[in-house]
Each structure stands twice: as C-alpha cells, then as structure tokens.
Ligand binder design. Sequence first.
Ligand code: ZN
Ligand code: ZN
Length: 435
Amino acid sequence: MFKNPFSQNCTCWICLEESVFDSTWIRHECGCNLQVHKLCYLHWLYSINKSYISKNLVTDNLNLVTEDDLKRTICHLVDGHRNLHREVSLSEFLNSLPFVRPKKKEPVISSVNIMSILGINYSIAFRIVRSPTSLPVEFAECPQCKSPVVNQQITFRSQSFFLELFYWTKSFIRNTTITLTLVLSTLNVGKWWFKIGIWQLRYLFPENVLRVILDTSTTKALNVYGETMNGLVSIPQVTRFLIFGFPLCLMGIRSPNLTLNGFKWLYSLVLTVRAGNYNSNSTKLLSRTLSACNICMLLHSVVATPFISKYYEHLIKIKTPYFFPIDRSLNAFPSHRYGDVIIKTSWYDTLFETILWPAVGSMVGGKLFDFVTWIQKEFGLNWSPSCSPNDCRMIFNFVGCGVTAFARQLLNMWVSYMRTKELKQLQESIEETMK
Ligand SMILES: [Zn+2]
Ligand SMILES: [Zn+2]
C-alpha cells in the first residue's frame, strides 16, 4: 500500500498532540521515527539553554545573559528573513558559496564541555548579548539516540508570497552585485565606471543634448577615449567629472549618506551650468527640466522624507522588532535612519539600483510617452509642445525616473509593513512558547 508521507499523522512527543504533518512540524533528522512541533522544539531548546546559562554564565553577583538576551538570540536564529534587516558581510557571503562552505560543525556536546572555561563563557555571553549569532547549546539532542534532532536551525517565515519574492530578489541582487564588484575590481575599475557613466547618460539624454553637455562633437569618440588611460586623461576635466560623477550623483539621491548627498548638489550645479549652453528653439528647456528635478529633490528631502521617517518610526515603535530593542538611548537615534531599520539598504542595494535606474526610468518614460500619444490620438486632443520630439522624449525619461523612484519608495514602505507583521507573528509565537 502506498502511503503519502505528507498526509501522515504525527504525534508530538513533547505535548502528545496528534495532527497531520505540515510546516509547523519537524521530523527528527537523526533517523528516529519521532515528530515534534516546531514551537515545542523551540521551547525545549530554550529551556536547555536557560539551564546551561544559569549553571555556567552566572557569576556571583551578575547574570551575564538575561532571558531577554536569550529570547532575542532565538528570534534571530529562527527568523527566516533575517537578512532583510542586516548587512551580510563579505566573509559571510564567501562562506555561503558552495565551494568555500566550512565543514559541518563538530557535535555540540564536546564543544560545550570545552566551553565551560570561564573565559570562553564570557565570549559566549558576548556573542549572545552583542551579536546574537549562536546559542551555547545550538541543537537539542534526541532522547533516543542522543544525536542532534535537526542538522540546521529551524526557521519561521510568514506565508506571504510577495515578502518571500522580495527576499529572494534582494538576495539575488546582493549576490550578483558582490560577485560583479569582486570580478570588476580585478579589472580596470576606472574604465568600467566611465563606461557605466556614459551608458547611463545615454539613457537619459538624446545624443544632440549629450553633445552639448559633454562638450564634444560626437559621444562615440568618448567610447574610444575611455578604452585607454591616456585617452581618459585627454578628456576635458569638466566632461570627465560629469561622466564619472553621474553614477555617484544618482547614488547620492538614493542613499542617505551625507557625503554622497552633498556631492549630488555639487554635481547638479555643474550640470545645470553646462545645460545652459543647450538652447534649442530658445526655450531653455534643459535648464528648466534640471531645475524642476532639483526642486523635486529638495521638496522630497524637506517635505516627504520627514513624513516617511515618521511612518517607519511608527512601525518600529508599535511592533518593537527583536533586533531593535527600545530603550532610553532611542531618543538619540537619528530619525532619518528609521527607514533603514526594518529593511536595511546596504551599499550593494544602492549600487545595483542606481546603476539600473536610468535604464528602467527611460523604459518607464517610453511607456508613458506612448500612453500620452495614445490618449492624444484617442481623444483627439491637439497638444503641440514647442519642443522637438527628442526633447519631449527626454522630459519623459526624467518623469520615468521620478515615477520609478516613487514606486521603489512605495514598495519599500509596503514591504516594511509586511515584514513588521511577520516579525510580530514570529515574536509572539516565541514569546508564547517561552512563558
Ligand atoms: Zn507539541
Ligand atoms: Zn534519534
């Protein structure tokens, strides 16, 4: 008789409840035919660690690790989406590659015995309190065969498909960007940065405008100059600044970094001065477009950003994520950093997004352009702007970039909301098991 293993009835040997196997259960991976609820397992793991700590990590008059610290560590370890709020370091990234992954850890028991030297206990306490990455007893052992019940720490995730999709996209972006950065850093970085700058400028500005901005007879020549170091040096200084600085300027718009922010204003000043030379049909179109962009950026940072920060602050204060304990020092926390707490924007996110931004913005702008012409045709509107079709398309590129940035911000706000909901679920169920 064929028996579907997924509709098997399980009995939790801790609480003795019986039900059909689903994601709330774990099977013993040691080989014994035992099943246990995830939450029951966690409760068990928690009590093992608690008794270990009360035996070993308490000095005469102070407790090195409090119960809250332990709870926080467990939350961190079982949080399936924890990379959303933390930066993955380069060494962690390298360790996650299949061919450099370290060998499986030694059985826990032996390491626990060694760890009972006081000095090392301090280091465990430090790891739990400062950077919750591991427990003194990482895995509970099977009552029958005494080997660890699971080989990998169990994780909790909410059922939301979009959150999962966002998480995997973010992981993909991180891995791609770090890999590409490592590869490109072995090549000529300056050359590649120059190429990226020109490539981005071409998406935003049509050729005739670009010629004026970059002060060159044809931008194709710049491609050739960019190939060699001598060529790069022979490009006029302001042109070089405009090309090299463009990706940095976009990064300044995307990231809250103060240096990049300052650079953004310097860059747009130089660009606006150069744009004054472009005067097709004496409309000063380019200067006006750039000024409008500057006003939009200013309004965004003065009016919109405080509101958005308030929203994130509100989310954090009502849901109190485990990795952001609220205490008195919170008043010193700069309010514009709240947006970075639930969903962390790291250098790789900023780099990836700003490099693709003009391309995506121009694509969105193109669609908007088509849409507007379609509306004009369909409703017989007769709107003839005084600018050439090329200039018109350029304005739509800018609008497209603005729309993209707006959509990205909305996405971040929505995902943060979903994530706080997930965190609340996670923390409540862990809180419940550990009463
Ligand atoms: Zn149970
Ligand atoms: Zn076993």
